[in-house]
Design a protein around this ligand. Structure first.
Ligand code: ASP
Length: 584
């Protein structure tokens, strides 16, 4: 038997017991006549003591040669520790060792395996198995497990059935590129890895499964943005015979349950906001509502003077920064530089200080008097002591810029408290979205999303105005879930494909199976998918999803530990009927 107890288990009540422990040597202290070893496993750390007087010579000798991360097994007696360590659960005791076996030696690890490590990100990723021995990483993985168990239990109790869907499939359009897998047996043909199980879950509804979920890997070949993974996990869900309201209620229930179970936070009904309102008030379809700084539109109160920048703008929009009048000139200048960075792209920023004495001082005093500025303050709800920041230009662009500034300021002012949870349903998304690159409308969610009842006709006259039965669940400024009520009849689906620019032949080739299925009694249905990695990170009070994935890829989509992607050898390429014509 390798062990009688774990390294996190022994307490004062075990004193005088003979125990056997196994684990890794975290650290050793050798005073010659006395040697201490911290022995670690998943459950904790226990201190071992070897001493000249009470430990045999041969055991002392082995102990003196133990290196960091050696795997050992010891047998000994639990004794009371002379200097207790109240910071360790096992800090009252230590093990006086009588036998020791080295189960495996270890090279010196490339970084220290402690809570705080000296290893940089790249090194830790290359030796991820060592990183996982560190408590913070290990605890994140265990935390993730807790969240997924809570999800499974909750949904299972609500009669959802977890069904696996295939990974080797045909393209599902979720707006990214597919990862493809060549088929050896069908030369020149390829599978696509699912961007989501979307069509399969809809077919499960046609199949009468009624309530489906799956904790499932999805694959999207996108240009990688910070903290995105090419493979990620969704809690994918679908229900039959439901309206939007049923979906919102069911998954608000799940989210509330998770927050309660995992974070001990009780939330009342989640607020809801339409997409249009979110864009108008926050310039963003996933607003962080833990703090205010709502947008105030200044066109009416700022476009009547000689300031041509504002007069020419489609939208003049502002936020009031609480306490922002305390910013120095230098701080304001650096905010102006910040909005002018290419990533944000504003041409400049006008500001107005709201002094404690009720007077105003703006960067455009030449054009606006105290009465004008008072109106700005009224529209933006600015109080004495605040700072009004104004951007102007093309409405869509300027909203995005001001939204970025709002988030930056919230970060700077410490308004994004990770212990506070502010969920929000954003509903009534547009069905279509104009794509500048291809000069045509794309499905905003995906092509299976149903327009709102009665809006189908609008498609012909004003496609951009059609709203969908589509919704996102936002938590602390992150989209944690999104879904829709689906089209469930062949005609509407065909019409949709037509509007999205598929010829009937293309639609049939790609999605014939779904439209066929719709002819055999497809029930009304709808669903949602949560991004599990992000959800876990937020519940864990952190922002980086990589910290909650056992073996993540880096920012260039590489697994630096196994060194993937990698070239194939010639034989393998030939077997797959693939020829590479790479330009060197
Ligand atoms: N398949 C969608 C997605 O991955 C979610 C859904 O509509 O249920 O975003």
């Amino acid at each position: 038997m390798y062990r009688t107890h774990s390294n996190g288990e022994l307490r004062a009540i075990h004193i005088n017991k003979t125990v056997t422990l196994s684990g890794w040597v975290q650290k050793t202290r050798n005073k010659g006549f006395m040697i201490w070893v911290d022995l670690r496993d998943r459950y904790g750390v226990t201190q071992l003591i070897f001493d000249d007087e009470r430990t045999s010579k041969s055991v002392m000798e082995i102990a003196s040669k133990l290196g960091r991360e050696f795997v050992i097994q010891v047998t000994g007696t639990v004794i009371e520790r002379e200097s207790k360590n109240p910071n360790m659960p096992t800090g009252d005791i230590e093990i006086l060792v009588s036998e020791v076996t080295v189960l495996n030696e270890s090279l010196t690890p490339p970084f220290t395996i402690e809570n705080e490590t000296d290893g940089g990100e790249d090194l830790r990723m290359k030796y991820r198995y060592l990183d996982i021995r560190r408590k913070p990483v290990r605890e994140n993985l265990i935390f993730r497990h807790k969240v997924t168990m809570a999800v499974r239990n909750y949904l299972s109790e609500k009669s959802f059935v977890e069904v696996e869907t295939p990974y080797l499939i045909k393209s599902t359009p979720e707006g990214a590129r597919d990862f493809v897998v060549p088929s050896r047996m069908n030369a020149g043909q390829f599978y696509a890895l699912p961007q989501s199980p979307q069509t399969f879950k809809q077919l499960l509804m046609v199949g009468g499964m009624d309530k489906y979920f799956q904790i499932v890997k999805c694959f999207r070949d996108e240009d990688l943005r910070a903290d995105r993974q090419p493979e990620f996990t969704q809690i994918d869900c679908e229900m039959a015979f439901v309206e939007q309201e049923d979906i919102l209620n069911t998954f608000e229930g799940l989210t509330r349950h998770l927050l309660q179970e995992i974070n001990g936070v009780t939330l009342s009904a989640f607020p809801r906001m339409t997409y249009d309102e979110a864009m108008k008030k926050y310039g963003n379809d996933k607003p962080d509502i833990r703090f205010g700084m709502e947008f105030g539109e200044l066109n009416e109160v700022a476009q009547h003077k000689d300031f041509s920048v504002f007069n020419q703008a489609e939208l003049v929009v502002a936020i009031s920064v609480p306490g922002g009048n305390s910013f120095t000139r230098k701080e304001i200048d650096s905010l102006i530089d910040w909005v002018k960075r290419p990533q944000v792209g504003a041409l400049g920023m006008v500001y107005c200080r709201c002094n404690e004495d009720g007077t105003y001082k703006s960067s455009v005093d030449k054009f606006y008097d105290a009465n004008d500025l008072a109106k700005w303050a009224e529209v933006t709800d600015a109080k004495p002591g605040d700072l009004i920041c104004v951007l102007s230009g093309n409405a869509n662009k300027v909203r995005a810029q001001l939204s970025a500034l709002r988030m930056e300021l919230a970060e700077k002012l410490g308004l994004r408290n990770p212990k506070e949870f502010a969920p929000l349903w954003v509903v009534d998304f547009p069905l279509l979205e104009w794509d500048e690159e291809t000069n045509r409308f794309h499905a905003m969610h995906h092509p299976f999303t149903s327009p709102k009842p009665g809006q189908l006709e609008l498609l012909a006259t004003n496609p951009g105005a059609v709203k969908a039965n589509a919704y996102d669940l936002v938590l602390n400024g992150n989209e944690i879930g999104g879904g829709s009520i689906r089209i469930h009849d062949k005609e509407t689906q065909a019409l949709m494909f037509d509007y999205l620019g598929f010829t009937p032949t293309e639609a049939k080739a790609q999605f014939g199976f779904l439209m066929d299925a719709f002819q055999y009694g497809a029930p009304p249905h709808g669903g949602i998918a949560f991004g599990l990695d992000r959800l876990v990170a937020i519940l864990g009070g952190q922002e980086t999803i990589r910290d909650f994935i056992a073996f993540p890829k880096n920012n260039s989509g590489r697994d630096v530990m196994i060194d993937a992607p990698a070239p194939l050898d010639k034989t393998q390429l030939e077997e797959l009927s693939l020829q590479l014509n790479l330009k060197s």
